[in-house]
Design a protein around this ligand. Structure first.
Ligand code: NAP
Length: 458
């Protein structure tokens, strides 16, 4: 039996690796999802067949409780709430790792060798800090608690002291050996507290990056659990989870031109500058959707740039309807996808897929940028920072260095947004005052609907 279990574990590990590979491309992402699910199902079945398992009653109770929380979460939470859903999943996964580690300590703590105790303590530390950190991230994203960074003087010192004290206690426990339930309980409490302190000073808009970092911690914790339980699949799955979480966080920070430390300690997102249209005598041109619809009569190539405002307005379906109408008029339509458009990686891809926009119309930033000079109209739907030319031109701007969509190079730019307000970064966008730009003020869904009706009646 053990040989069969090990064989199934190898198959699961291969499926997990394939899953990550396939998920990295839109075309194969559904396959990736299936491969991951199949890998996990095989891993669970193989583990349940292990001879060490003597009774299934508690396992069945656990499965029923887990499924009754997970199923409604997957079915009822909307696509826009995926970051919150991910945060909750991490919280539960990390709690499981923390509980398994604690149980091992209380059952076999006195028999564990020094390296085993080190691994156990690190697993517990990472598991419990990820649990509270992820719960707090969920609360911020769901706006159950204030999304702004909660800052107080000396916060970094307090957080680092709590972390250092936990490490000190771990070192003491490992060197002393034997059973120390009180000290162990204190390590658990400090880990829970550290998770809260870690996430409290970070703004709601940075939560997707934080969740990705917490994902890496949860993966590492599971990997350590694998060493402890001598389960090779857990080691592999945890390492894959940990490294992919870390790579994703690095990519997100790069695409935002932010450093890791800036996200974790920066307190970004507190004060947002509101753009002033009268500033320096700059002129803003705006039209009604009906007036703007005439511009499409002469257009041959249109690029749509979706951003956070499209998600907020849930305008993806009307964007798809507009695409169909334009294509029926022999206008070529493409979508320009920026890696950090919206508030989570792949945010725009998910929403546009939900609206059945074919994936071959979604063009990544590097490929679409050379096409802007020959584009007649760029229709920016609730995007802002990802189009801001200050990222290319203004070394003093916090956005400087962030790769952007070169929307300013198109022949005509239409911006759909409700006001002159700034986006996530809180920076004014010079493109609003460009002679090539026309603002269409209003909620994205409403403006697009009016635009659609007007184009249809022209
Ligand atoms: P953005 O810069 O935040 O701009 C979104 C714009 O949408 C706002 O200026 C807002 O202007 C408009 N808007 C909001 N609700 C709207 C509605 N109902 N109808 C029409 N417009 C609406 O968004 P972005 O251009 O997508 O850029 C993403 C930003 O988020 C970047 O700075 C990125 O670094 C950051 N970020 C991304 C991720 C990620 O993983 N994707 C993670 C963390 C941070 P009005 O208020 O005037 O309408």
């Amino acid at each position: 039996m053990e040989n069969i279990i090990q064989f199934v574990y190898i198959a699961s590990a291969a499926l997990f690796i394939l899953s990550l590979k396939w998920m990295s491309e839109i075309k194969t992402s559904r396959w990736g999802n299936w491969a991951g699910t199949a890998g996990m199902a095989l891993a669970i079945v193989a583990t349940l067949l292990k001879p060490e398992i003597h009774g299934y009653l508690w396992i069945a109770i656990g499965i029923v409780i887990g499924a009754s929380i997970g199923t409604p979460m997957a079915m009822l939470m909307p696509m826009t709430a995926v970051p919150q859903r991910t945060a909750l999943s991490h919280a539960f996964g990390a709690l499981a790792a923390g509980i398994v580690g604690s149980t091992e300590y209380f059952l076999h703590g006195t028999n564990l060798s020094m390296p085993q105790l080190i691994v156990l303590c690190i697993e517990v530390l990472l598991g419990f800090l990820t649990f509270t950190g992820s719960l707090l991230a969920f609360g911020k994203l769901q706006e159950i608690i204030p999304t702004r960074p909660i800052l107080y003087p000396g916060r970094n010192l307090v957080s680092l002291s709590v972390f250092a004290f936990s490490l000190f206690l771990i070192a003491y426990l490992v060197i002393k050996g034997g059973s120390h339930p009180f000290l162990f309980g204190l390590i658990v409490c400090l880990s829970l507290l550290f998770g809260i302190l870690l996430v409290l000073p970070i703004g709601g808009a940075d939560m997707p990056t934080v969740i990705s970092i917490l994902n890496a911690y949860a993966g590492l914790s599971s990997s350590f659990m694998g060493f402890l339980l001598n389960n090779k699949l857990l080691i592999i799955a945890g390492a894959l989870d940990g490294s992919s979480g870390l790579i994703l966080s690095i990519q997100m920070c790069k695409a935002m031109n932010r450093s890791f430390t800036n996200v974790l300690f920066g307190g970004v997102g507190q004060v947002l500058e509101v753009a002033d249209p009268s500033r320096d005598g700059k002129i803003v041109k705006s039209l009604s959707p009906k007036e703007a619809s005439i511009l499409f009569e002469a257009a041959k190539k249109v690029v749509i740039v979706p951003g956070y405002g499209m998600a907020a307005a849930q305008a993806q379906h009307v964007v798809k309807e507009l695409t169909d109408v334009l294509e029926n008029r022999n206008i070529e339509v493409k979508f320009a996808i920026h890696p950090v458009a919206g508030r989570m990686p792949g945010h725009m891809n998910v929403l546009l897929a939900e609206a059945d926009v074919p994936y071959d119309k979604l063009v990544e930033m590097e490929e679409i940028n050379p096409l802007f000079p020959e584009t007649d109209i760029v229709l920016v739907v609730g995007a802002n920072d990802i189009t801001n030319p200050a990222a290319r031109k203004n070394p003093g701007s916090p956005l400087y260095g962030m790769p952007i969509l070169d929307v300013d190079k198109a022949k005509q730019i239409l911006f759909i947004k409700r006001s002159m307000s700034t986006g996530f970064a809180g920076i004014d966008n010079d493109l609003f005052y460009s002679p090539k730009t026309i603002m269409l003020f209003g909620d994205a869904k409403k403006v697009l609907n009016e635009l659609l009706i007007s184009i249809n009646s022209n």
